[in-house]
Design a binder for this molecule. Structure first.
Ligand SMILES: Nc1ncnc2c1ncn2[C@@H]1O[C@H](COP(=O)(O)OP(=O)(O)OP(=O)(O)O)[C@@H](O)[C@H]1O
Length: 301
């Protein structure tokens, strides 16, 4: 489990993380969202002992990273820039990591298979494609079979097959009972991957909730109506107390209305309708609504 307690980080006059507190639990994928400059990478770096907090604590299984014994067995991490020696062969890189962390020598072969890299195990890292490099980063993260995984933008720059593969891998790792904490800018991807969300803006916690709860709380669904008699439809709906707006393509839109009720009203007045469809709000819309006024990068105070 990951615990962030009253965490703050200042860089000179910039507050990157501001009294942040949340817990990431095992058994599900937790998405970490926030506009550019919200403090996601800073929080992840502090969790991994790569940066020191100005105040508060960031704990993995109850201890700060620096106090973890055999850290690769406790937490696996994929950062946007995972350093690896380009001249080294993929398998040798993993062997070196395994030896320096008392991980069994057979494990590199296992994680190479798990990440689909068996065929390139002997290639030098600098000759791997971008996607293969990401897979190697994941192989290193999984080397110690850790119960906690921290992944910073893992699907950035991957092709659709790579994106799908990482999505399924994250879900499988969570289903095995691991804590999977993943940051991403890709809302559509998070919507189908994460069950729980931590959303921050300007270093502060904005939401800590289930995916479904987040969308329900921060968005409004609307009913789309297409009819050859829009003016009459407007009047009928207005008479029933339903406010109607207009979509860019000319269709009518009724926020928070019930499609069945609209269908019944139209039928009662003999109105022709070509479409009455409920349009559920997306994670992206909910995110924009919540973070709208926090999305300027930076937090200078
Ligand atoms: N080493 C640093 N020195 C000075 N300021 C920094 C440093 N690292 C981050 N910041 C600032 O802290 C704030 C948070 O940055 P951070 O990279 O953590 O945000 P983020 O949510 O990961 O953003 P992005 O989505 O753009 O990656 C930003 O204002 C950034 O400019």
């Amino acid at each position: 489990m990951i615990e962030v307690r009253n965490l703050s980080k200042r860089y000179g006059g910039t507050t990157a993380v501001d009294d942040l507190a949340f817990t990431v639990r095992p058994g599900r994928v937790t998405g970490f969202l926030g506009p550019n400059g919200a403090g996601k990478s800073t929080t992840m770096r502090i969790l991994l002992g790569l940066d020191r907090p100005t105040g508060g604590r960031a704990l993995i299984d109850g201890a700060p990273f620096a106090r973890l014994r055999e850290p690769l067995r406790r937490v696996g991490a994929l950062l946007e820039t995972t350093p690896a020696h380009g001249g080294r062969r993929a398998r040798d890189h993993l062997l070196w990591l395994a030896r320096s962390n008392r991980i069994p020598e057979g494990r590199p072969t296992e994680v190479l298979r798990l990440t689909g890299l068996d065929g390139v195990a002997r290639k030098r890292i600098k000759h791997l494609s971008f996607g293969m490099g990401r897979r190697l980063g994941l192989a290193a993260a999984l080397l110690g079979d850790p119960p906690v995984l921290l992944l910073d933008e893992p699907v950035n720059g991957l092709d659709p097959e790579g994106v799908l593969w990482i999505r399924n891998l994250m879900k499988r790792l969570a289903a095995e009972g691991r804590t999977v904490f993943v940051s991403s800018h890709l809302m559509s991807e998070m919507a189908v991957t994460a069950e729980h969300l931590i959303v921050i803006g300007r270093g502060r916690l904005l939401a800590d909730t289930t995916m479904a709860g987040f969308i329900a709380a921060n968005s409004r669904s609307c009913v789309r109506i297409r009819t050859p008699e829009p003016e009459r439809m407007r009047d009928v709906l207005a008479g029933a107390g339903i406010a109607v707006g207009q979509a860019p393509d000319g269709a009518l839109e009724a926020e928070g209305a019930d499609p069945a009720r609209i269908g019944e009203l139209a039928a009662a007045r003999g109105l022709v309708v070509h479409e009455v469809a409920l349009r559920e709000a997306s994670l992206e819309e909910a995110f924009m609504r919540l973070t709208g006024d926090t999305s300027q990068a930076g937090g200078t105070r």
